[in-house]
Design a protein around this ligand. Structure first.
Ligand code: ADP
Length: 616
């Protein structure tokens, strides 16, 4: 009893807190409400084990009162209370809260204390940010406890003496600092409660009126929660005006306990594609909010998800940042990811799958990041959720399973075409051979698809191959006499062109990809693809000199056949024609590197053509 000195590290923290210019000092209220809520939780728990506790007056409640003239605020609860020893022990040392780690961090880094206060909740001591004197009056619920009064000005010492409280519970009275008197205001306090403590599971009352919602619907059984309640929670956490597209309510009760209500919005939240986009998943511990944006608890490829996760066993003994790296958070993340993906898969399996289609339209490209990054265990689930347009789907987006089902007899591989050139993709010459064979090609037009394609080399036993690099099986056996002859005739032309264009293309070869066009450019296997190069360039990334392309020549094309014949007859002056075959392939891709050269080649050939038509 009497006056005692705070322990050294507590003094250090108090000193810091009282002199801090921390801008979010309003969090003191959340911390005190959270302590009161804990005290109510504890008495409920202890009451389960023994029946000699001091009985409660009224219902479990947290009341906030204020006196603007006296410049005080009081936070009162009818929870477990504190004995004398407990008051000295718990309020005099920092052993019990995240403040231990806080002191550590301070010692280690000596960094900006304001930033540290933001990261750590400093619990009870946060009251000294706004108060120059704090008085705790408490009566423990334990039998024969005596009332205790703890007081301190946040300096080196605190005092513990006999208190005057006659009913179970605790009141914490703050004598506000001159620069914090505005907190003694009903509207201000109401606003803070709604903002930070809305879902604390006990009523928080101001002037006898309940201010918070007090119902942690995520802890309730889904059958006890109304549609309106879900929607309200969604609007509260997501700041969205609309109703959510879909939601899941998880109640995990095994070794890993947590409750969660998670929502997927109808529309892409503004700024979702920005790197600094903050995820709207709030982390609670037993109805008390711990983090507003628990980024680590949901993978980035699900960053459009918002909601609440409440984990009772969360370790709050670490900084809020470290908290996100704890094994428990990682375990919750894993489960949540799986549940969300399964939920989406169930939507996708529905007869009409409207919800899934809407979802995919808004968020598909983000979900794909999961495949492109390392989705680990989720990769299989994610792969099944992928949807793509194909050369035959007429604009519809279909699954890889459906594409596999549509494979033709004799078609061993699934073919895809990555090109961000959405408008021209269907007309690309490189697809001609596939159309002739009636092989459906997956059209991958999102930039992220380039990475998706790299990480899925196989689907359900079928290899995925790029139309730009993969070798189409030569069906020479099926070549008719004409084609065989055409190929033989074209060979010397191709050899000659390879010499001519050496240094400009990596290779010139016979094509089995073409039916209509005389020539096409494809990618060299193993190198950086042309589409990737284009994407990186568009993102202003350094890509180096760029890989050389392969020029393929169609031996069945009339122009090629004429040139081959001329070449075989020893004709000269074929160079502009050969170059135009390359120009042609470039133009078909919408990209001509040498427009000036092309124009002059075309001009000279047009002149020749006009002459041969008999003009003089
Ligand atoms: P934390 O809540 O993180 O443990 P605090 O500094 O906020 O740290 O509180 C220290 C301790 O003081 C609590 O763990 C609790 O034992 C006790 N305490 C604080 N407020 C109350 C209260 N309203 N009723 C009962 N005990 C309390």
């Amino acid at each position: 009893m009497g006056s005692r000195r705070f322990k050294a590290d507590t003094r250090q923290i108090l000193n810091l807190v009282t002199h801090s210019l921390y801008s979010d000092r309003e969090i003191f209220l959340r911390e005190l409400i959270s302590n009161a809520s804990d005290a109510l939780d504890k008495v409920r728990f202890v009451g389960l084990q023994r029946d000699d506790l001091l009985s409660i007056e009224g219902d479990p409640t947290i009341s906030i009162s204020f006196d603007a003239d006296a410049k005080t605020i009081t936070i009162e609860d009818n929870g477990i209370g504190l004995t004398e020893d407990e008051a000295a022990e718990h309020l005099g040392t920092i052993a019990h809260s995240g403040t231990g780690a806080f002191a550590e961090a301070l010692k280690e880094k000596g960094e900006n204390p304001d930033a540290l206060i933001g990261q750590f909740g400093v619990g009870f001591y946060a009251s000294f940010m706004v108060a120059d004197e704090v008085t705790v009056e408490s009566l423990s619920a334990l039998p024969d406890a005596k009332p205790v009064c703890w007081t301190s000005d946040g300096g080196d010492k605190y005092t513990v003496k006999t208190g005057s409280r006659t009913v179970r519970g605790t009141s914490v009275t703050l004598k506000l600092r001159e620069n914090a008197t505005d907190f003694a205001d009903a509207d201000k306090l109401r606003g803070l409660v709604r903002q930070h403590s809305d879902f604390v599971p006990y009523p928080v009352k101001i002037e006898d009126e309940q201010v918070n919602r007090a119902r942690a619907i995520w802890s309730a059984s889904p059958s006890d929660v109304t549609e309106e309640e879900y929607t309200e929670l969604y609007k509260h956490v997501s700041m969205d005006w609309n109703e959510p597209l879909t939601r899941i309510h998880i109640r995990a009760e095994g070794t890993l306990q947590f409750n969660a209500v998670l929502f997927i919005p109808k529309n892409r939240p503004f700024q979702l594609d920005r790197l600094d986009f903050k995820l709207g998943v709030q982390l609670y511990q037993k109805g008390v909010k711990v983090l507003d944006h628990a980024e680590a608890i949901v993978p980035r490829f699900l960053r459009f998800v918002s909601g609440v996760i409440d984990a009772p066993d969360l370790d709050l003994n670490v900084s809020r940042e470290l908290l996100q790296q704890t094994p428990m958070v990682a375990a919750i993340r894993k489960q949540i990811t799986k549940k969300l993906l399964k939920h989406l898969a169930a939507e996708a399996k529905k007869e009409d799958h409207i919800t899934y289609d809407l979802f995919w339209g808004e968020f598909g490209h983000i979900l794909k990041e999961g495949i492109a990054e390392d989705a680990g265990n989720s990769k299989k689930l994610l792969t099944e959720l992928l949807r793509f347009e194909t050369t035959e789907s007429e604009g519809a987006q279909i699954s890889l399973a459906e594409i596999k089902e549509g494979m033709e007899e004799g078609q061993e591989d699934m073919w895809y075409f990555t090109s961000v050139d959405k408008d021209r993709i269907q007309a690309a010459p490189v697809l001609e051979g596939f159309k002739k064979r009636e092989w459906e090609v997956v059209l991958m037009t999102d930039p992220v698809d380039e990475w998706v394609a790299m990480s899925i080399s196989e689907f359900d036993g079928v290899n995925l191959k790029s139309v730009l690099t993969g070798d189409l099986p030569e069906d020479e056996a099926n070549d008719d006499e004409d084609t065989k002859k055409a190929k033989d005739e074209a060979r010397p032309l191709i050899t000659w062109m390879a010499e001519l264009l050496d240094g400009e293309v990596a290779e010139v070869r016979m094509s089995s990809r073409l039916t209509e066009s005389p020539s096409v450019l494809v990618d060299k296997a193993g190198g950086m693809g042309s589409n990737m190069e284009r994407i990186l360039k568009a993102a202003n990334q350094e890509v180096g000199p760029g890989a050389q392309r392969v020029l393929e020549i169609n031996p069945d094309h009339a122009l090629v056949q004429t040139l081959a014949k001329l070449n075989n007859d020893g004709a000269t002056g074929l160079e502009p024609f050969a170059r135009l075959l390359l120009d042609h392939a470039c133009i078909a891709e919408g990209k001509l590197d040498d427009p000036k050269g092309f124009a002059s080649r075309l001009q000279s050939l047009m002149e020749k053509a006009a002459e041969s038509m008999g003009a003089s």
